[in-house]
Ligand binder design. Structure first.
Ligand code: WTA
Length: 653
């Protein structure tokens, strides 16, 4: 979406002048005061060194940041640590073994309470099993799981033995899983028979079997029994978790790894068809998510019950369900299923049941709850909440106000946090004990983070103006590269504005200098907080033999933020389309990528609007899909195309 197209959004936001400062009691007890910004400004590297020292290091670092070969950063050079030990063993050693790490709530209503001691033992068992399977330091392990404790155990076991994990969201298809396994050359896959979603058992293992038909190097599949569904077992390759991990020794001597040792690869959509493997390493990443979880959520680990309602298959789950919370000895909630199973009050029932103090979720969930009505949360006691947060997409002021009023009871701080898979941890957010929040604004750069909004030429814009969001300084939890593609890393993030990180988002500074996020400026869509690439879906469509050409756009949607709309030109053999063809194409996209990428609408057209150089003008297609008058068509090679598309659609409707 171009920044210009956001002009009207900017106009609306400019009239937003409500302010919500924290209560005096909250501010007085907050973990950080405004001094934190001064501390960070005075000496950024000393600030981050101090935050890294919150972790246990087996060997200290000799240099905070090595930026001698930008954009390839090294943080805490020479330091050595074990990420899993920092998340587990050190808490047990400090006498916190009986503290609950997770209150697990399965969708069918089964529950488990897992203490730090138990989690540590389970992780040791899984680490021993992986080692027995031949996994060594540096080997990649793919994880394709539902939202159950074993997913976290698997991730930490990998971290413990220095084997980078790549967690593939359970909603992705076999094809998507296969490309990720191949891209990072994983040799072991950890999965489950299935998981519970929307009231039924959804199988996972068949997708693994299908994916592995194209992955000859995968030698072992470790399977958790969750649903009891039948699974096909390949002898010599597949083994059950309960027959291996549960029988392994609960003691495991963890070795320390270099601060820059790879911790994980997380695939995310970019502007081309091929997903990018974002690489995060150990010391800096853990410093970033550990410190920001404590700072942004005003974490009080002794008393808080913290709930990030996201999927572990996304970065939000990695940083704020697993690594951040565990490193701080937090008690978290882990919920397997969907918000409306078995009823639309499920989340609020969970808040009431566990006394959740801190809830962190995406605006798309908030807008869904708005649609269901405030009477639903009103049926539950939400008075345990002390702070509520939002992440993943711009939060519109209406959703912010509803969240504040109906979930936060008009008494607790709301924080809108901006960050990305690439940034590893929160970059822009209000600080709850300090900032007087504005509905819909992410407000200011976090302490120690350099943010700017620039114009096409890379010049900082003034207050009241919009432009491109950039990060001006390297930060500890930054991505280190794109797995196997350092050139793409440089090109994608560091070439648009040399020396600065280009985020791909539009932003605005208001008259007070506060930051508002305006959505993507590239061909990346954001559907229900999930990043999808227009090109990736286009390639999926044209891989169907019925399709000659496809163009995909993200159109505004009141609940999901954006929705996918596709325009396709069919091959002659496919006829004129019709319901069965569009149905087939939607299924085809689900198969190639996953259900989340399915277009909401598919429109069969005779031609696509193109510039003289052959570039598809998605802007015009978005006008059509959103029922707006079509904008400027003067750069079209054939100006009659848009009329043909509109006429065709009307007659087809
Ligand atoms: C968008 C999710 C507005 C943004 C943590 C970014 C947001 C992309 C916000 C990253 C926010 C995330 N306000 N937009 N508070 N948070 N985004 O990698 O477009 O899944 O570039 O990381 O989500 O999505 P990702």
């Amino acid at each position: 979406m171009s920044t210009i197209e956001h002009a009207s959004a900017i106009e609306n936001l400019a009239h937003e002048n409500r302010r919500f400062p924290p209560s005096p009691e909250f501010a007085a007890a907050a973990n950080v005061t405004a001094d934190i910004y001064r501390e960070a400004d005075a000496d950024r590297l000393a600030f981050w060194a101090d935050k890294a020292a919150r972790l246990d290091w087996a060997e200290p670092w000799t240099q905070v940041l090595d930026w001698s070969d930008p954009p390839f950063a090294k943080w805490f050079v020479g330091g050595r640590l074990n990420v899993a030990v920092n998340c587990l063993d050190r808490h047990v050693a400090a006498g916190l073994g009986d503290r609950v790490a997770y209150h697990f709530e399965g969708e069918p209503g089964d529950t488990r309470t897992i203490t730090y001691r138990e989690l540590t033992e389970r992780v040791c068992q899984a680490a021993n099993t992986l080692t027995a399977l031949g996994v060594q330091e540096g080997d990649r392990v793919a994880i394709y799981m539902p939202m159950i404790p074993e997913t976290i155990i698997a991730m930490l076991a990998c971290a413990r033995i220095g084997a980078p994990h790549t967690v593939v969201f359970g909603g992705f298809s076999a094809e998507a899983l296969r490309t990720r396994i191949l891209d990072c050359d994983a040799r072991v896959v950890i999965t489950a028979d299935g998981g519970y979603r929307k009231g039924s058992a959804v199988a996972l293992k068949p997708a693994v079997d299908e994916a592995l038909t194209g992955c000859p190097d995968v030698r072992s599949v470790l399977m958790v029994r969750r649903t009891g569904q039948d699974v096909a077992v390949t002898e010599g390759r597949d083994l059950w978790w309960h027959e291996s991990v549960d029988r392994a020794s609960t003691s495991h001597d963890a070795q320390a790894f270099d601060a820059e040792h790879p911790l994980y690869v997380m695939y995310t959509s970019g502007t081309t068809g091929k997903p990018k493997g974002i690489l995060h390493t150990s010391g800096g990443y853990l410093t970033g998510c550990s410190f920001t979880q404590w700072e942004t959520f005003d974490l009080k680990p002794e008393t808080d019950v913290y709930w990030t309602a996201a999927d572990i298959g996304w970065v939000t789950g990695h940083s704020y369900i697993v690594y951040g919370p565990l490193s701080n000895a937090t008690t978290s909630v882990l919920y397997e299923g969907t918000p409306d199973t078995p009823h639309q009050g499920r989340w609020w029932e969970i808040v009431q049941k566990y006394g959740v103090t801190t809830l962190y979720c995406a605006p798309t969930a908030i807008r869904t709850f708005m649609k269901w009505g405030h009477q639903i949360p009103e049926g539950y006691d939400l008075s345990s909440l002390k702070l509520i947060g939002s992440v993943g997409e711009p939060i519109n002021p209406e959703a912010y106000m509803w969240y504040r009023e109906h979930i936060g009871g008009n008494r607790v701080p709301v924080i809108d946090t901006w960050w990305q898979t690439e940034t590893g941890s929160i970059m822009i957010s209000p600080l709850p004990g300090i900032t007087a929040g504005k509905p819909g604004a992410a407000m200011s750069a976090m302490p120690g983070i350099g943010v700017d909004v620039v114009d096409e030429q890379g010049e900082s814009v003034g207050n009241g103006q919009g432009g491109y969001l950039v990060l001006t300084e390297p930060w500890p939890s930054m991505l280190r590269t794109i797995w196997g593609d350092p050139e793409r890393f440089k090109e994608t993030y560091w070439s648009r504005f040399p020396g600065r990180y280009f985020a791909g988002d539009g932003a605005k500074r208001d008259e007070d200098g506060d930051l508002w996020l305006l959505g993507r400026v590239d061909d990346v869509m954001n559907v229900s907080g999930h990043r999808l690439s227009t090109t990736e879906i286009e390639s999926a469509l044209v891989s169907n033999p019925k399709v000659a050409e496809a163009a995909v756009v993200g159109v505004d949607d009141p609940v999901t933020g954006q929705a996918v709309a596709a325009f396709v030109i069919l091959r002659k053999e496919a006829g004129d389309g019709g319901d069965h063809v569009t149905r087939e194409l939607r299924e085809h996209v689900a198969k190639e990528i996953g259900k989340i990428a399915q277009p909401r609408q598919i429109m069969v057209v005779a031609e696509l609007p193109k510039t003289r150089s052959g570039k598809i003008m998605r802007r015009l297609l978005r006008d059509v899909a959103e029922n707006r008058p079509v904008g400027d068509v003067t750069t079209l090679a054939d100006s009659g195309v848009m009329d043909a598309i509109k006429t065709g659609m009307q007659s087809g409707a």
